[in-house]
Each structure stands twice: as C-alpha cells, then as structure tokens.
Design a protein around this ligand. Structure first.
Ligand SMILES: Nc1ncnc2c1ncn2[C@@H]1O[C@H](COP(=O)(O)OP(=O)(O)O)[C@@H](O)[C@H]1O
Ligand SMILES: [Mg+2]
Length: 255
C-alpha cells in the first residue's frame, strides 16, 4: 500500500531497441514499460544477455532507443541524465590512481574545488567501509573492496537515482552476501532511489522492494513483483523460499 503512494521518479515507457547492421538487425528490447518510484530499491531481474545493460544505458541516456520514452520527474529526457549515476558491471577503476583519487574523479571533471572534493570523497569512502584505504591503489584491494570503491565513486557524484549493473556478479558467495547487506545499509542511510540489475533470483528477492522480471531476448517485462517481506530478510524462511520458487517457476533462468 505504502509503495503505491510513493511518487514516480522515472517512467520507462514502451522502450524498444533494435541494433541494425549492414545486412541484419537484432532486437534486444521490446516494448518495456515500468515506473521507478522515488526512494525505492527496484531490482531488474533477467537472464544473461537478455538486454539488461542495454536497457540501463538507455535509462541513463548513454544509449539511443529505437522507440519509447524515458520520463524523469515528469519530463521526457533525451541524452545523458546528469542525475542518474552508474555502478558498471566492469568497474574500470583507474589503476594508477588511489582510492581517494578514483572516488574524486567525477567531481574533478565537474570542477568541484579540491577541499570540497576531498571532504565528499572521504565521507563516501567511510560510508562504504574503506576508511584507512584512501591512499591504496586498486591492485592492492580485494574484489569486494574494489566494488565498494565503485559504489563510493557513484555516490560522490550525488546522483538522485543510482543504477547498478550486476555489481556483485564477479564476487565469491561470501563477499557477495556481505556486499548485499552493505548496499542495503547504504541505501537506508542515503535514501536515494536505486535500480539494481541482477541475473540472480535470490539476490533479487533479498534486495528488492519490487522486482521487474524480464524475459529472455528480446527483453520484455514478464511480471512485476511487490515484495512485502520485511528486512532484514531471511533467505531460508518459508516466505522467502516461496517467493523464490514462485519467480523461479516463471523464468527461463537456469538457476
Ligand atoms: N552495440 C550493439 N550492437 C549489436 N548488438 C548488441 C550491442 N550491444 C548489445 N548487443 C546485444 O544485445 C543483447 C543484450 O546485451 P546486454 O544488454 O549486454 O545483455 P545483459 O542482459 O547480459 O546485460 C546481446 O545479445 C548483445 O549481443
Ligand atoms: Mg549486462
């Protein structure tokens, strides 16, 4: 009930994407529509190579759409939306820059003065639990720590909506569980809208206020689930397992 009263931050309306080559074409996304509510933790769940990254890039304005519209705060957006931040699947931290310098990079490009940059970067480095590693280089960090740097870097740019593209896909199971809890803690503290993409049903059920379930290629919205299970969620509780089974029965995912 509460969720239905939340205001719409974004509307993804009838998005389709077809890639045209010389002699052929390929439709990755077909008529995808859903809302993103202000402050919610929205999960997009779909199988590998179904078009999730293409869809996120369209939502962020990094990729052209073939059809449809992306509405942000009631207005149609074309081009890059500066209020949307991304944590990419492949993080691409700058190897010769320290954690602090990596987190500051976006602010530096925007001409934020040095003292302010430092202060904001340090705040987010603390928030993601990397205090003391400001001067470390990416090669000195574990996979989970690098992911934390990517999250701090995205938050430091002050996005109103944070999009995360399978951020934990490369992590071992133990690190993944702890990062799932971390991202919920940060979301609860920051109260910003999150759009989180995964191909993992359990992760989707653990994190989301809602799950947009996509079909295999071309990506279409198969179902939208409202998740009422209170947090922290217990992955072996009956209600959790029931939800997981329900979604599992409705997918082509091999999980
Ligand atoms: N620039 C492109 N040109 C042609 N096909 C593309 C392009 N980008 C992505 N695709 C295709 O679109 C499909 C979806 O890709 P992607 O969104 O990366 O999937 P995923 O769900 O794993 O993130 C894939 O089959 C991919 O090959
Ligand atoms: Mg992808």
């Amino acid at each position: 009930m509460e969720q239905q009263q939340m205001t719409k931050k974004m509307e993804v309306k009838g998005i389709s994407k077809t890639f045209y080559n010389k002699n052929s074409y390929f439709t990755a996304i077909e008529n995808v529509s859903f809302d993103v509510k202000d402050g919610e933790f929205l999960v997009i769940l779909g199988p590998g190579r179904c078009g999730k990254t293409v869809l996120l890039n369209i939502i962020a304005g990094l990729e052209e759409k073939t059809e449809g519209a992306v509405i942000y705060n009631g207005k149609e957006i074309s081009g890059v939306n500066p209020e949307v931040g991304m944590v990419f699947q492949k993080l691409a931290l700058m190897p010769f820059k320290t954690v602090l310098q990596n987190v500051e990079l976006g602010m530096k490009f925007r001409g934020v003065p040095k003292a302010e940059r430092h202060e904001v970067a340090r705040r987010y480095i603390d928030l993601v639990g990397l205090k003391g590693f400001e001067n470390s280089y990416p090669t000195q960090l574990s996979g989970g720590m690098k992911q934390r740097v990517g999250i701090a870097r995205a938050y430091a740019n002050d996005p109103k909506v944070l999009i995360m593209d399978e951020p934990f896909g490369q992590l071992d199971a133990q690190t993944r569980y702890s990062m799932q809890n971390e991202i919920l803690r940060i979301w609860e503290q920051e109260k910003r809208t999150v759009v989180f993409v995964t191909n993992n049903i359990e992760e989707a059920c653990y994190l989301g206020d809602r799950i947009i379930l996509l079909s295999d290629c071309p990506a279409k919205v198969k179902e939208i689930y409202n998740i009422e299970i209170p947090r922290p969620r217990n992955m072996v509780s009956k209600e959790f397992m029931d939800l997981r089974a329900k979604i599992s029965d409705n997918t082509d995912l091999a999980i």
